[in-house]
Design a protein around this ligand. Structure first.
Ligand code: COA
Length: 521
């Protein structure tokens, strides 16, 4: 990720600049291939033999290579020094507490709009719950759900999973982004946080060139919050704008109409390249029967106004008629399997195993956040501002995939230098113990307050500290989509591996030559 020149300027005044400057790394795929598959050319093989490196595909790096790496990067021996044992144990206890909270929140979210709403959705409306839909759509292997805690404790109440599930999962071996409305949350209507979540999913699709699948079951805008949903640039309309842009970028989008798609909800499937509509369940209209009746006095059934038959026979808004939801998801899998996308070859997946158990990360997830890299850099050199600016420029302009994991505190400018949200990493996750804020609440007494009297007001300061503490928690951040989700420390390696595969996939895509979006004529 580092630009060598910029890093040099950052490290100029550091006591050990060399330790911060990694040697020039080959591009990700080349490095990955070389580690996993061994040297490719005769010259490389000869060189590898000289170095003692194994030449068999899939072999682990040799001892010599490990020794060389150990010289470049300090290797921890895995033992916690007795003097720090209490810190490890404190961290461990804190991790267990925040992970418990994380599991409780996930449990709440997994129920969507609540038991009654799920019953109404499945029994009365004869529809599948959104998680069941994903089971039929995706391959039987773990998928990466994005921001499941988004929408909790918002100023306008709890909106479980922001009313729509998003993530990246495999369909017939191809990583695809999915956006699936949860109609048990207020009829799948779109809240401001839901717009943000869908826009983020689309951004991921664009940045990583991923096929998108939309499972649409939405009453359109959540009307009481209309002024936060329309008409600004990053409001609801941006979802449709993005669909056109994604289409012009030659990234396929497929939609399933698996419920009522009213108003804004109707544009998503209509702008997708291919759309499947489910008979008796899917309807698509700009205004539903009650509005038609209010405007014209005419009684019309949802099916006649915009059902599967009408859109498949007359309007052309859908391409495939499915007699059941199951058939619709099979149809999508069939569509994806015939795109010009190749799965990332399996042989590139071989990897080394970590030296230590990932559970030990719980004791390393800091409860005390004061010791982060930029703080150390700042202590070590005089021209902090200039150095940070160079670092930020290097991070912003580095043309490589970026994955950020916040494992402790991330305060103020640390977020910029370490590729926080505003620096557009491909993915950004938090550990549950992480804290993200402009300032660390523990340092608040040192921050000058506006007005003299404020400075001396103890209770106000206490209140402000409490507010900062609350607003810096990982769950507060994730609820607002300042990240792509909270992940467990033990799962970090798995999540990063998934992200790397997802990013890698675009290399196996065959691009058609045209440069314009698909238009329904
Ligand atoms: N804004 C705010 N709340 C809405 C809403 C909207 N556009 N559409 C539905 N809701 C709420 C309902 O009030 C109800 O709330 P409750 O559970 O607190 O009673 C909940 O969502 C579920 O609605 P309900 O009609 O009971 O469920 P349903 O599954 O039978 O139908 C819809 C869902 C979305 C098809 C139907 O409610 C509908 O057609 N809504 C109007 C959509 C519309 O006109 N949108 C225009 C947006 S510009």
């Amino acid at each position: 990720m580092w630009n060598k020149v910029a890093l040099r300027s950052v490290c100029k005044h550091c006591p050990q600049p060399a330790s911060l400057l990694p040697p020039r790394l080959p591009p990700l795929s080349r490095a990955f291939r070389r580690t996993c598959l061994g040297p490719s050319s005769d010259r490389q093989r000869a060189q590898a033999a000289q170095n003692g490196a194994g030449a068999l595909p899939g072999c682990l790096p040799s001892k010599a290579r490990r020794r060389r790496c150990a010289q470049m990067y300090p290797v921890l021996d895995g033992r916690v020094p007795p003097a720090y044992r209490h810190v490890f144990e404190e961290n461990f206890r804190n991790s267990e507490a925040v992970i418990k909270r994380y599991s409780e929140l996930l449990q709440v979210v997994s129920k969507g709009g609540g038991d009654n709403a799920v019953l109404r959705h499945t029994q009365r409306n004869k529809k599948l719950f959104v998680r069941e839909r994903l089971k039929l759509l995706l391959d039987e292997e773990p998928f990466l759900e994005l921001s499941p805690l988004a929408g909790l404790s918002m100023p306008y109440g709890d909106v479980p999973a922001a009313g729509c599930l998003t993530g990246i999962g495999k369909i017939c071996g191809i990583w695809c982004v999915f956006v699936a409305n949860d109609a048990t949350v207020k009829g799948g209507t779109i809240y401001p946080i839901g717009v943000k979540k869908q826009l983020r999913a689309q951004e991921i699709a664009m940045q990583n060139r991923l096929v998108s699948v939309y499972l649409v079951d939405s009453g359109g805008a959540f009307l009481p919050l209309q002024s936060e949903l329309f008409p600004d640039k990053l409001h609801g309309g941006r979802i449709f704008y993005n669909e056109a842009i994604i289409s012009a970028m030659k990234i396929p989008q497929v939609a399933v109409v698996c419920g009522s798609c009213v108003a804004g909800g109707a544009y998503v499937p209509t702008m997708a390249e291919e759309t499947v509509i489910v008979d008796k369940i899917g309807t698509l209209f700009l205004a539903g029967p009650p509005l038609v009746r209010a405007a014209t006095g005419e009684y019309v059934s949802p099916e006649d106004l915009g059902g599967a038959t009408l859109h498949s026979r007359v309007s052309g808004c859908s391409d495939h008629f499915a007699s059941s939801e199951k058939e619709a998801y099979e149809c999508v899998r069939n569509i994806i399997s015939t795109l010009n996308y190749e799965p990332v070859p399996e042989e590139l997946m071989e990897h080394d195993h970590p030296l230590y158990s990932s559970d030990e990360l719980l004791g390393l997830a800091p409860r005390d956040y004061s010791c982060t890299l930029p703080v150390k850099l700042a202590e070590a050199q005089a021209n902090r501002l200039k150095a940070q600016a160079s670092m930020m420029a290097a991070v912003a302009c580095a043309a490589v995939p970026k994955i950020t994991i916040v494992i402790g505190g991330c305060f103020g400018s640390e977020s910029y230098a370490m590729c926080g949200r505003s620096f557009s990493p491909n993915f950004l996750f938090l550990w549950p113990n992480a804290r993200v804020a402009l300032v660390d609440s523990r340092h608040l007494s040192m921050v000058p307050q506006a007005g003299d009297s404020d400075c001396t007001d103890e209770s106000e300061l206490k209140h402000l500290k409490q507010k900062l503490e609350e607003e810096s928690s990982a769950f507060y951040s994730s609820a607002r989509l300042w990240d792509d989700g909270v992940i467990l420390p033990q799962n970090t390696r798995k999540v990063i591996a998934q992200c790397l595969q997802i990013i890698e996939q675009q290399k196996y895509q065959v691009l058609p030559p045209y440069q314009y979006p698909v238009m329904r004529m």
